[in-house]
Each structure stands twice: as C-alpha cells, then as structure tokens.
Ligand binder design. Structure first.
Ligand code: PLP
Length: 468
C-alpha cells in the first residue's frame, strides 16, 4: 500500500508507504532526484517541517537527509540547510512524465484549522493511556451522553477556561458540533418547534443540519455588534449564536445584546444555542466568558475539539439545560450511534494531563502571529482595504472598497490555486444584503510553511481586481 504526500513548500508529491513512511522517504527522495522532479539547487524543507507534515520523527528525516548527503544526492551546510546537489546527476526523462503532480490548492477559507502541528505524540500517549488504563467495565456500552470520565474533565475544563456553568451530568459528548446541533434541533422539533433563528451569515452546512431535523432556519441581521435579536418573535424555538466571535464577520456579541438574547429565551421559553467553536483563541486580551453563564437553564453551550486539536478527533461537547437534556439523550439513542469510548478517554487524558491547554497556548501564539502578519501586509499592500473583526479565532474579514466584486476575487484566487471566499457566499439565501464587500480570511487554514504563500496569492487576487 502506498499513499501520496506533498512535500512542504515544493511542487512535489512523494509516494510513501504509510506503514513505513520513514523508510520509504529515502527511496522516494532518491527517485525524485533521479528523474529530475527535484532539480539541482532545490532547497529541502527543514527536518522539523517535513517531519511534522509527514507525521514521522524528526530524527528519521534527519537520518534520511544525512544518508542522501553522504551518498552525494544532497548537500548540506550547518545553518544553511539542505539542498539537492549539483552533482546529483539526475537522468532527464525521455518523455514528459505522464501525470505531473499538481500542487495542492492552498486554502484561506474560514473555519478551517491548521492540522500540520497536531500534537501527535501527546495524542498518541493519551490514546495509549486510555487503552492501557481503562478498566474493563469502561469498555462496555457507555451512557449515550458520553464516557463519564470525559464529561467530568470537560465540566472542569469548560468552567476553568470559558466560565461555563457545568456539572458532569449536564455535559454531553458528540461527534463534533455538527452532531450535537442536529440532536438539539431534533429534540426541539420533537417538542413542537418549527423554526430556529440563525445569524444571517454562517455555515450552510449548519443550516442543512437544521433543515434535516425538520426546522426552518430564519435569519437575524448581523451588524458590528453581532446578531440583532430586536425583532425576534416568540415563534422560534431557539436561536443559534456564535457569541464570542461571529462566524464569519468576526465581531463579538455586544454586552447589551448578550443580555437581550438570554432575556428573550427566558421570556419565551426558547433556547439559545451558543456555538463556542473558537472561544479559546483571543489575542488582545482575556477572552470574554461564555454567554451560557448568564442563564444556564436557557443556553445550550457547545464547543468542539476541531479547532483546539483537529477535526480528525471528531469530538464536540455540549452543556445542556436540564429541561432539554433527556430529549437530547433520547435523540442520540435513537440515532443508533455508538459511543466511541476509547477516543473519548483519549481526549479525557489530554485534558487531564493539561496537554490540551498546552496545545491551545501553542496555537494561540501561531494564529496570533499570522493575524498580525496579515494586518500589516494589508496596511502596506492593499490601500482602501481593512481587516475587521476581533483579534481572535482563526478568521477575520478583509473589507474591500465599495463596489468591489467578491466573486471576481474568488475566481482570480482559484486560478492561482487558492480557495478564498467572499462574505456573501455565507449568507442565508433570500436575506436582504446590507454588508460592504468583504473577503473572509481563514488565516488558520494553511500549514505554517505555506502561510506566506497563501497571503501572497490572496493579496495578488485582490490587487488584480482592484486595479481593473
Ligand atoms: C462556526 C463554526 N461552528 C462550529 C464548527 C465546528 O464544527 P465541528 O465540531 O462539527 O467540526 C466550526 C468549524 O468549522 C465553525 O466554523
């Protein structure tokens, strides 16, 4: 079995055996030099970067580089890195290679985290601990709300980091925010709700989940203070809010509106579903606590491991008001989904050993520096444009001069190999449109070693349309 891996920063894909990545790397690099897919003088990525991206030990990559240097394929100098030797003597291919590997598209879409720094070792240690330490009783059928150990550590973690009012029995674990949103919507529909209010700009995938549960999403306007619930009636069962950091405009919900949201829920008996997808990431000050703490009986708080670890972890959590909890648990039971106890215990071990905290701190520093780099390049290179939205999370808005076509920028970027969306593409169809043109910049998405390149492409695409 073999798999294809992109070599970071180079237009080259390597066929590596997933079971023997380190061993097959040497062979694949030698073959790439031999048939001149890697040409003389090409600088190779650092051992750390390549090891991180391929998911192998740094020492293994260093050994491969050393071996190929000793054989004369590569040259290396301390401090200057490693490059393909002038004397490597590749053989020109007789014909053009049939299928030139295409460079992977770069991504600046909102809501996507960089997974290249996933804490593989810490996760592996946590998974090992889970598998070795779990008593046999914990390996049976777990409660539908999730493994008790994880629910206890989440209650502590969410209280400590986000000010959520939580006890373990009100914590529910699911396969990401998406599953929990679906369960909540089905529980609301079973209780007689027909409509759910959503911010007028957001993920279409979440609106699909809402529709699939038999509810109709109705828009609430979003402005510089977040969602405006002023005209929200009694005929919706819940309102879905990204209170800490609106997705995708990046603004926080103003304090008067936070209070208005819980008052609405208390008055009508409805619920606020608080989607706290990136609440851990605030760069300019301490994060504002979760809205849920204002009214735990009316706010269903939900979070995810997709940003603080990786989407591949596939876990999310909710802290559920008492009167909604039995219906949510019943929906999960009816869904037939199993509880992935071992995975949940691995996350429990990550929280328990503070590895999750460490990873969040590391990601905060990484995303903060990306955000600053973006802001300074926009000031220097895109006059008439500005970055808006909180210094938080993994995305912001790049506001464009009036009349600029977001769609044309998306097209220009796509031609250059970059996924880059306009704000309008996030709207609930049919909403009245009042927003100035803007691009959503998901600065979390590219791997670290290609972030500058992604910014270059974005700035070029915007400039091309502005200059037209
Ligand atoms: C606004 C918003 N909410 C929630 C999520 C997390 O969803 P999940 O846990 O399903 O990955 C995302 C991720 O893209 C998001 O952007």
């Amino acid at each position: 079995m073999s798999g294809s891996w992109a070599i970071p920063g180079l237009d080259l894909h390597l066929e590596l055996d997933p079971g023997r990545k380190a061993a097959s790397l040497e062979h694949a690099l030698r073959a790439a030099v031999r048939d001149r897919r890697l040409v003389a003088g090409t600088r190779l990525p650092s051992t750390r970067t390549l090891a991180g991206d391929l998911g192998i030990a740094r020492n293994s990559v260093a050994d491969v580089y050393a071996q190929l240097t000793a054989e004369g394929w590569f040259e290396a100098r301390v401090g200057a890195g490693t490059w393909v030797s002038e004397h490597a003597g590749g053989v020109a291919p007789v014909e053009e290679p049939a299928a030139q590997p295409r460079r992977a598209m770069l991504d600046l879409r909102g809501g996507i985290p960089d997974t290249s720094g996933f804490p593989r070792r810490a996760w592996a240690a946590a998974a090992r601990r889970a598998a070795l330490d779990a008593p046999a009783a914990e390996l049976g059928y777990a409660p539908d709300a999730g493994a008790p150990a994880l629910r206890a550590s989440l209650a502590e973690y969410l209280g400590r980091t986000r000010g959520v009012v939580a006890t373990p029995d009100r914590v529910m674990v699911g396969h990401g925010f998406g599953e929990l949103l679906g369960l909540a919507c089905r529980a609301l529909a079973a209780g007689g709700a027909r409509r759910i209010a959503v911010e007028e700009v957001g993920h279409e995938s979440h609106r699909e989940i809402i529709r699939a549960a038999g509810l109709t999403p109705v828009p609430v306007p979003v402005d510089g203070d977040g969602a405006d619930l002023g005209r929200l009636g009694d005929d919706v069962g819940a309102v879905l809010l990204t209170a800490a950091h609106q997705f995708p405009t990046g603004v926080p919900l103003a304090s008067a509106r936070r209070i208005a949201a819980v008052r609405w829920a208390e008055r009508t008996g409805g619920f606020v579903i608080e989607d706290d997808y990136d609440g851990e990431f605030r760069y300019d000050r301490r994060a504002i606590g979760a809205l849920q703490s204002l009214s735990p009986e009316h706010v269903l708080y939900a979070g995810t491991a997709s940003k603080s670890l990786a989407p591949a972890v596939g876990l999310g959590w909710a802290v559920v008001p008492d009167r909604l909890l039995p219906a949510l648990v019943a929906e999960r039971r009816r869904s037939g989904a199993a509880v992935d106890v071992l995975n949940q215990l691995a996350l429990h071990a990550m929280i328990d050993s503070h590895e999750l905290d460490r990873n969040v701190r590391r990601l905060r520093a990484e995303y903060r520096s990306r955000r600053l780099a973006l802001e300074s390049r926009v000031v220097d290179e895109l006059p008439g444009c500005r970055v808006t939205g909180l210094s938080a999370g993994l995305h912001c808005l790049l506001e464009l001069p009036p009349g600029t076509s977001e769609g044309r920028i998306t097209e220009e970027a796509a031609l250059a190999g970059l996924r880059f969306d306009g704000l309008r593409s996030f709207r609930l169809p049919g909403t009245e449109w009042r927003h100035p043109p803007a691009m959503v910049v998901g600065y979390g998405a590219p791997p670290a070693h290609r972030f500058d390149e992604a910014l270059d492409l974005a700035i070029r695409a915007v400039s091309a349309v502005l200059d037209d």
